[in-house]
Design a binder for this molecule. Structure first.
Ligand SMILES: [Zn+2]
Length: 152
Protein backbone atom coordinates (compact mmCIF):
# COMPACT_ATOMS: atom_id res chain seq x y z
CA UNK A 1 0.00 0.00 0.00
CA UNK A 2 1.28 3.47 -0.97
CA UNK A 3 1.33 5.99 1.89
CA UNK A 4 -0.52 9.33 1.42
CA UNK A 5 2.75 11.29 1.78
CA UNK A 6 4.33 9.32 -1.05
CA UNK A 7 1.25 9.94 -3.20
CA UNK A 8 1.45 13.68 -2.53
CA UNK A 9 5.14 13.81 -3.47
CA UNK A 10 4.44 11.73 -6.57
CA UNK A 11 1.61 14.09 -7.56
CA UNK A 12 3.72 17.26 -7.06
CA UNK A 13 6.72 15.89 -8.96
CA UNK A 14 4.47 14.53 -11.71
CA UNK A 15 2.64 17.83 -12.08
CA UNK A 16 5.92 19.76 -12.19
CA UNK A 17 7.26 17.42 -14.89
CA UNK A 18 4.01 17.63 -16.89
CA UNK A 19 3.99 21.45 -16.77
CA UNK A 20 7.61 21.57 -17.90
CA UNK A 21 6.77 19.43 -20.92
CA UNK A 22 3.51 21.05 -22.06
CA UNK A 23 4.80 24.62 -21.65
CA UNK A 24 8.00 23.93 -23.58
CA UNK A 25 7.63 26.21 -26.64
CA UNK A 26 8.41 23.60 -29.33
CA UNK A 27 5.87 21.25 -27.72
CA UNK A 28 3.30 24.06 -27.64
CA UNK A 29 4.06 24.77 -31.31
CA UNK A 30 3.64 21.12 -32.23
CA UNK A 31 0.34 20.89 -30.33
CA UNK A 32 -0.83 24.04 -32.17
CA UNK A 33 0.06 22.55 -35.54
CA UNK A 34 -1.74 19.30 -34.71
CA UNK A 35 -4.92 20.98 -33.49
CA UNK A 36 -5.28 24.03 -35.76
CA UNK A 37 -6.44 24.22 -39.38
CA UNK A 38 -4.06 25.56 -42.01
CA UNK A 39 -0.34 25.96 -41.62
CA UNK A 40 2.15 28.10 -39.73
CA UNK A 41 5.81 28.20 -40.72
CA UNK A 42 8.83 28.56 -38.46
CA UNK A 43 11.16 29.14 -41.43
CA UNK A 44 13.10 32.39 -41.74
CA UNK A 45 13.00 31.88 -45.52
CA UNK A 46 9.27 32.65 -45.37
CA UNK A 47 10.02 36.20 -44.21
CA UNK A 48 10.34 39.36 -46.25
CA UNK A 49 14.11 39.62 -46.99
CA UNK A 50 14.54 43.04 -45.35
CA UNK A 51 12.68 41.96 -42.20
CA UNK A 52 14.51 38.63 -42.16
CA UNK A 53 17.87 40.45 -42.12
CA UNK A 54 16.87 42.64 -39.17
CA UNK A 55 15.35 39.70 -37.30
CA UNK A 56 18.46 37.58 -37.89
CA UNK A 57 20.62 40.38 -36.48
CA UNK A 58 18.36 40.61 -33.42
CA UNK A 59 18.36 36.84 -32.84
CA UNK A 60 22.14 36.63 -33.32
CA UNK A 61 22.72 39.37 -30.72
CA UNK A 62 20.39 37.73 -28.21
CA UNK A 63 21.97 34.29 -28.73
CA UNK A 64 25.40 35.88 -28.18
CA UNK A 65 24.09 37.10 -24.82
CA UNK A 66 23.21 33.51 -23.96
CA UNK A 67 19.46 33.52 -24.58
CA UNK A 68 18.17 30.26 -26.10
CA UNK A 69 16.07 32.01 -28.73
CA UNK A 70 13.48 30.06 -30.72
CA UNK A 71 11.53 31.40 -33.69
CA UNK A 72 8.06 30.05 -33.02
CA UNK A 73 6.28 31.23 -36.14
CA UNK A 74 6.85 33.31 -39.23
CA UNK A 75 4.44 33.03 -42.17
CA UNK A 76 0.95 31.55 -41.76
CA UNK A 77 -1.62 30.37 -44.26
CA UNK A 78 -4.86 32.20 -44.93
CA UNK A 79 -6.80 29.33 -43.33
CA UNK A 80 -4.73 29.61 -40.14
CA UNK A 81 -5.18 33.39 -40.03
CA UNK A 82 -8.96 33.02 -40.39
CA UNK A 83 -8.87 30.48 -37.55
CA UNK A 84 -6.92 32.86 -35.27
CA UNK A 85 -9.33 35.70 -36.08
CA UNK A 86 -12.32 33.46 -35.36
CA UNK A 87 -10.79 32.47 -32.02
CA UNK A 88 -10.08 36.13 -31.17
CA UNK A 89 -6.33 35.47 -31.04
CA UNK A 90 -5.80 37.91 -33.91
CA UNK A 91 -7.66 41.11 -34.64
CA UNK A 92 -7.15 41.11 -38.38
CA UNK A 93 -7.25 38.97 -41.51
CA UNK A 94 -4.55 41.24 -42.95
CA UNK A 95 -1.79 40.00 -40.64
CA UNK A 96 1.90 40.86 -40.81
CA UNK A 97 2.34 37.06 -40.70
CA UNK A 98 0.73 36.94 -44.15
CA UNK A 99 2.24 38.38 -47.31
CA UNK A 100 3.62 37.25 -50.64
CA UNK A 101 2.40 34.04 -52.22
CA UNK A 102 1.17 30.83 -50.69
CA UNK A 103 4.08 28.69 -51.88
CA UNK A 104 7.52 28.41 -50.26
CA UNK A 105 9.91 30.85 -51.92
CA UNK A 106 7.12 33.36 -52.49
CA UNK A 107 6.09 33.99 -48.89
CA UNK A 108 6.93 37.42 -47.45
CA UNK A 109 5.81 37.68 -43.82
CA UNK A 110 6.92 40.77 -41.89
CA UNK A 111 6.35 39.32 -38.42
CA UNK A 112 7.88 36.55 -36.37
CA UNK A 113 6.93 35.26 -32.94
CA UNK A 114 10.08 34.89 -30.89
CA UNK A 115 10.19 32.71 -27.83
CA UNK A 116 12.72 31.72 -25.23
CA UNK A 117 13.29 28.01 -25.63
CA UNK A 118 12.58 27.09 -22.02
CA UNK A 119 9.22 26.14 -20.46
CA UNK A 120 6.84 29.06 -19.93
CA UNK A 121 6.38 28.18 -16.26
CA UNK A 122 9.66 30.03 -15.60
CA UNK A 123 7.83 33.29 -16.16
CA UNK A 124 10.30 35.77 -14.60
CA UNK A 125 13.03 34.61 -16.99
CA UNK A 126 10.66 35.11 -19.94
CA UNK A 127 9.67 38.56 -18.68
CA UNK A 128 13.34 39.62 -18.52
CA UNK A 129 13.93 38.14 -21.96
CA UNK A 130 11.01 40.02 -23.57
CA UNK A 131 12.26 43.32 -22.16
CA UNK A 132 15.67 42.57 -23.67
CA UNK A 133 14.12 41.40 -26.95
CA UNK A 134 12.08 44.57 -27.30
CA UNK A 135 15.12 46.78 -26.68
CA UNK A 136 17.29 44.79 -29.11
CA UNK A 137 14.58 44.61 -31.79
CA UNK A 138 14.02 48.36 -31.67
CA UNK A 139 17.78 48.97 -31.93
CA UNK A 140 17.89 46.68 -34.97
CA UNK A 141 14.95 48.45 -36.57
CA UNK A 142 12.57 45.52 -36.32
CA UNK A 143 8.98 46.51 -35.69
CA UNK A 144 7.84 45.54 -32.19
CA UNK A 145 5.77 42.64 -33.48
CA UNK A 146 8.10 40.20 -31.77
CA UNK A 147 5.87 39.47 -28.83
CA UNK A 148 4.80 36.39 -26.96
CA UNK A 149 1.23 36.56 -28.22
CA UNK A 150 0.96 38.95 -31.09
CA UNK A 151 -2.37 40.44 -32.05
CA UNK A 152 -1.59 40.88 -35.74
ZN1 LIG B 1 2.94 37.18 -34.26
Amino acid sequence: MVRPMKLTILFVVGTFFFLNVITFPPVMGLLGELTSPGFESTELDDLDPSFRKRLTNTVTLLKAEGYPVWVGSTWRSKERQVFYKTKGWSQTLNSMHRGGGEEPGKRRAKAADIRLNIPLIYLPIHAAFYHRLQKTALEEGSPPTTRIACRK
